[in-house]
Write a protein that binds this ligand. Structure first.
Ligand code: ATP
Ligand code: MG
Length: 451
């Protein structure tokens, strides 16, 4: 870190101000405090901080007014709302008016640290996306790098046309191709851009928790439901909900989701009162959803509801002409993020980057660049900095070893290892890339002692 991040805490409760500044000071941030809305706003106006922690209930100028002023002057500054349980409803409202997130009292120091870090990271992404040297790579205020391929130009053309509408969009593409980023682009180019963009990872939770995550629950509706919870649909009200990895949801939840989409209303678990929500729906999957329908794993009616406008992001290996601009983008992004001098890859390293098949797509390219910048001891990124795990330097493992040619078995073992590492040990993804089923992969991992 070159510069210390600055944080402004606006809260009339001395206890909160003190405990938050203590935690944030320990994290190495520069903390300023204000005990009322007016002083807080004046402080921000004079010297805008990287993040603002803002209490909603304040004497004089209230939190909502302060939020509006901050957002008007500096729309990209993340503001985190601090709120008591009684006012969670209004905290959700503040997110519609541009608040970054909220912390409900009482919160732990860990929660505080995580949320502030997230807010700071969001700023960094915004900042790098404004790097002037990269203007050529993007147009129309897209955060995504467009590259030179015709296929991505087509994709972004559809994005431009579909964003201002209310249409439901189904984004497909291999892992790491940029599905989530594309969904965010659609939201950010839509009339809903100032309202929340809520991401739901459909594979992350067990069924019962997932249902409550989506639709909420009322106090006492099941063991552990000690208070009423707003579902993600409610939080997204006025904005966009992004259902990521949609193929993972169970048939039972699919039925409930279909209803929510058709009626635009949700019912919290344990309640009978439906709540109307105004939302735009985007979904994504790396699977072939039509196939899932054929196999009976996914409802056909829900499939049609979701895929009103289908957008497919092609894998990076099919649009290698996009690599140079992406490479520039990530080199700049990560040198800025780490506060390190920009390092350029050597000609050999560049050639390898341009030729690599990128099974993990753009995420793999980005991770490779980030890791190389950290590992690289010299001014230039060399070949060995790029693929330090031995990731897919194709020739090196196919070339005859000193003791002669390798057997097919040895090559199979080596190759599985490489793909497995490129997928950070994810077996499902590895099996998919290798076009074998998971069971076969597991038995090979065992046979070759690879885990
Ligand atoms: N066109 C692009 N320009 C700049 N960065 C990109 C682009 N596409 C993807 N990325 C970056 O690559 C990474 C992976 O993108 P994202 O998470 O959107 O992919 P995904 O398809 O949702 O992957 P997964 O299926 O693994 O969830 C992110 O860090 C994202 O910012
Ligand atoms: Mg994703």
């Amino acid at each position: 870190m070159t510069n210390k991040a600055t944080i402004l805490i606006i809260d009339d409760e001395e206890g909160i101000r003190d405990s938050c500044s203590q935690v944030l000071n320990q994290e190495g941030y520069l903390v300023n405090i204000a005990d009322n809305g007016k002083t807080g706003w004046e402080h921000f106006k004079k010297s805008p901080t990287d993040v603002v922690l803002l209490d909603l209930k304040l004497p004089g100028l209230n939190g909502m007014e302060v939020l509006e002023k901050i957002k008007k002057m500096s729309p990209d500054s993340p503001v985190i709302i601090i709120t008591g349980f009684a006012t969670i409803e209004s905290a959700v409202n503040t997110m519609k008016r541009g608040a970054f997130d909220y912390l409900a009292k009482p919160f732990s120091s860990q929660e505080l640290r995580v949320i502030v870090k997230k807010a700071l990271d969001s700023r960094k992404t915004q900042e790098t996306s404004l790097t002037p040297g990269l203007k050529t790579a993007r147009d129309d205020n897209f955060t995504m790098v467009k590259g030179k391929s015709k296929s991505m130009a087509k994709v972004l053309d559809i994005v431009k046309r579909v964003s201002p509408t209310e249409s439901t969009v189904l984004i497909t593409g291999e892992s790491g191709t940029g599905k989530e980023l594309l969904a965010a682009e659609i939201h950010n180019h839509s009339p809903r851009k100032n309202a929340p963009f809520v991401v739901v990872d459909c594979g992350a939770l067990v069924e019962t928790l997932f249902e409550s995550e989506l639709f909420g629950h009322v106090k006492g509706s099941f063991t552990g439901a000690s208070m009423t919870k707003h579902g993600r649909f409610e939080v997204a009200d006025g904005g966009t909900i992004f259902l990521d990895e949609i193929s993972n949801i169970s048939l039972n939840i699919q039925a409930k989701l279909l209803r929510a989409i058709q009626e635009r209303e949700v019912t919290r678990i344990g309640s009978t009162k439906p709540i109307t929500v105004d939302i735009r729906i985007l979904a994504a999957t790396h699977e072939n959803l039509a196939d899932c329908v054929r196999k009976g794993k996914f409802r056909e009616d829900l499939f049609y509801r979701l895929s009103v406008v289908p957008i497919h992001i092609p894998p990076l290996r099919e649009r290698k002409e996009d690599i140079p601009l992406l490479l520039n983008h990530f080199l700049l992004k990560h040198s800025k993020k780490s506060g390190m001098k920009l390092k350029i890859p050597s000609p050999k390293a560049t050639k390898a980057l341009l030729e690599h098949e990128w099974p993990g797509n753009i995420r793999e390219l980005e991770n490779t660049v980030e890791r190389a910048m950290v590992l690289c001891q010299k001014d230039r990124i060399e070949l060995e900095d790029l693929f330090y795990h031995g990731i897919s330097l194709r020739p090196s493992f196919l070339q005859p070893a000193e003791e002669g040619y390798k057997s097919l078995k040895e090559i199979e073992k080596e190759y599985i290892k490489i793909v497995l590492q490129s997928q950070y040990g994810n077996r499902t993804k590895t099996a998919k890339i290798l076009s074998i089923d998971r069971k076969t992969l597991l038995s090979k991992i065992k046979k070759y002692n690879l885990s």
